[in-house]
Structure formats: structure tokens, C-alpha cells
Design a protein around this ligand. Structure first.
Ligand code: FO1
Length: 322
């Protein structure tokens, strides 16, 4: 059994967590780092909530609520019911078990700790093997401009059910942010870098907007494989296809994903994994300079997640002539 393959996944919430879980399921064969978007984060009832970090952590620990795609399974809502009685906002639901995460994260960060350090403590307490790495330890927050003005991300995404057309994005705080040393190391030492099937605009975009992070990726020795978040003209979940039109100015298709990533991050992506239903788009994708691989990218079931991870691992070995 050779050394573990060092895999670094860039992930948002839903699709990103599932892709990362596929690699976590490969156990000792993989030394996994997951660089997670933190621009969805919000403060609620005085607590710091990091939805994508928590979705990845719960998914990798096997405790995710797969039905909702966020939070913990077998959750109870006593605290939320009490908050409701007090007239506190409850449009963004925090379950009782989930609250424990926010309480400890908030205490650690308010006490001067780094988000990276508290995430490491929480994740290892839940038995997660992977290194869960916030893209940056300083606050970056996504805002979305819709027809009648700017919205905080969760207002757009949850309160208004991402029903508004997204006309522009802003990542406030990005200018002052830097990749953490752990993020830089995870990119610099990787044998394989995977851009998960997350929303290219509001999940992958903020990660690549951290000053210096894109340069680290462009200079990395490892091949960069992206997995299309759009399958058959639609996102598995969320507004990625609609945003591909309104923000990416590309068709909401797998080929549109390739064209957008090529235009926005030229030279970053070596390989784009698309689903079998989009096989006909391979030539259009190849014309962007990315090598298309056609496989099953619908990874709702753990077996499918592991199979896709296996396939990308085999690809990494091939590319590295291991
Ligand atoms: N999404 C919802 O649609 N409704 C919610 O009430 C909600 C609560 C929530 C609590 C914790 C958490 O980690 C995620 C939560 N999400 C909820 C999902 C969240 O908006 C998304 O996971 C990301 O922000 C987008 O990837």
C-alpha cells in the first residue's frame, strides 16, 4: 500500500459536500483536504453560522440530513420553537444539534481563535478524517444584486428561495483576506485538485476570489479536475443554471460551464468531468482546451460518491504516471 494520494477538493455546500464525501469514503488511500467556501456565512442570534463548512463536516461524518441537504439528521427544533415564541427570526432554521456547532465556533472565534482551528477541533470530534479548511480565516460575505437592490446571501438564497434573478455578485471583505497557510499547503502539496460540482458563482467563485488563491492553483503541480454542477441543463440543486445565464452569460449547460470557467479562470482547469447525459457536449468542451471525461456525476448515493472519487483518483495516477 503506497503513500496516500493527497487530494484537495474546493467545495461549497450541497454538491461540494457530496464530492468530498466520496473521497472521505476512500479512507487511508487518500489524504484529503477540503477548502470550503465561507462567504455564505452569517450571524444569527449572535452566533456565527458557516453553512458550507457545516454541511461538509456533517456529510463527511455521516450525520448529514440528506433530505434537506443541510444540517444534521434526526434533528430536533425545541430551541427554534422557543425562538419563534419570542418573536425572533426563524426563516433560517437552526436545529438543536446544529446549535452546538454554532455555540462552540462563536465562542472560539469571539475568544480570538482562528476559524481554521475551531473547524479542525469540531471536525475531528465528529470523526472526520479530512482536513476541513475555511478558504480564509477573515470574514468574506457574498451579496447578490437583484432588480430592486442588494441582498445578503442568505436573504437571497433562503428567505427569498433564490427566486430573484442574480444580476451581480459582491464578495465584501475579500480584498483584506488571504489564503490560510493550511490552504496554501493543501494546494501546494496536492497530487490532485478537484473543483467540486458546486455553484461556480456563489460557492467556487468566492474561494477563487481570495487574493492569491487562484495564483496558488495556477502554479500547483497537481492536475485540476472540475466536476460540472450542471447536468442535463439543470443544476442538481440551487440556482447555478439560472446564474450561468444571468451572471456567466453562457448557456445553462455543461458546455456553458466549460465556457464560463475558461473565460473567468483561463488555464485553471485541465479536465472537466461531465455526466453521461451531456456526452454530446464533449467536443464543445474540448474546444475550450479542457479535456472532457464523461461519467456518472449524479452522486446522491454514497456508492456513487465513492465511485466518482475512485475514477478521479485513477485519473490522477494516470496523469502522474504513478
Ligand atoms: N437552507 C434553507 O433553505 N433553509 C434553512 O432554514 C436553512 C438553514 C440552515 C442552517 C444551517 C446550515 O448549515 C445551512 C442551512 N441552510 C438552510 C442551507 C444553506 O442556506 C445552504 O447550505 C448554503 O448557504 C448554500 O450552499
Amino acid at each position: 500500500m503506497g503513500d496516500p494520494i493527497r487530494v484537495t477538493v474546493l467545495a461549497g455546500g450541497f454538491g461540494g459536500a457530496r464530492m468530498a464525501h466520496g473521497f472521505e469514503l476512500l479512507g487511508e488511500r487518500v489524504a484529503l483536504s477540503v477548502i470550503v467556501n465561507t462567504a455564505d456565512d452569517l450571524e444569527l442570534h449572535g452566533l456565527l453560522v458557516s453553512p458550507d463548512l457545516d454541511t461538509v463536516m456533517y456529510t463527511l461524518s455521516g450525520e448529514a440530513n440528506d433530505a434537506t441537504g443541510w444540517g444534521v439528521r434526526d434533528e430536533t427544533w425545541s430551541a427554534a420553537e422557543m425562538l419563534e415564541r419570542y418573536g425572533a427570526p426563524t426563516w433560517f432554521k437552526l436545529g438543536d444539534r446544529d446549535l452546538a456547532t454554532h455555540i462552540l465556533r462563536t465562542a472560539a472565534v469571539r475568544g480570538g481563535g482562528r476559524l481554521t482551528d475551531v473547524e479542525a477541533r469540531l471536525a475531528s470530534a465528529l470523526g472526520v478524517r479530512a482536513k476541513l479548511l475555511p478558504m480564509s480565516d477573515s470574514a468574506i460575505r457574498t451579496s447578490v444584486r437583484i432588480a430592486d437592490g442588494w441582498l445578503d446571501f442568505q436573504d437571497y438564497f433562503v428567505r427569498r428561495h433564490h427566486a430573484d434573478e442574480a444580476l451581480e455578485l459582491r464578495f465584501s471583505g475579500a480584498g483584506d483576506a488571504r489564503p490560510t497557510p493550511e490552504v496554501a499547503r493543501a494546494i501546494g502539496t496536492a497530487d490532485l485538485i478537484v473543483i467540486a460540482p458546486s455553484n461556480p458563482f456563489v460557492s467556487v467563485g468566492p474561494i477563487l476570489a481570495v487574493p492569491g488563491l487562484l495564483t496558488l492553483l495556477l502554479n500547483a503541480a497537481a492536475p485540476v479536475v472540475a466536476v460540472s454542477p450542471i447536468v442535463g441543463g439543470a443544476a442538481v440543486r440551487g440556482p447555478a443554471a439560472e446564474m450561468m445565464l444571468s451572471l456567466g452569460k453562457q448557456p445553462g449547460t455543461a458546455a456553458g460551464v466549460a465556457a464560463y470557467y475558461h473565460a473567468a479562470y483561463r488555464g485553471l482547469i485541465d479536465i472537466l468531468a461531465i455526466d453521461s447525459v451531456d456526452a454530446a457536449e464533449s467536443d464543445a468542451i474540448a474546444r475550450t482546451g479542457m479535456r472532457p471525461i464523461v461519467t456518472n456525476t449524479l452522486i446522491a448515493a454514497p456508492d456513487a460518491r465513492r465511485a466518482l472519487a475512485e475514477e478521479l483518483l485513477a485519473l490522477a495516477r494516470q496523469l502522474a504516471h504513478r
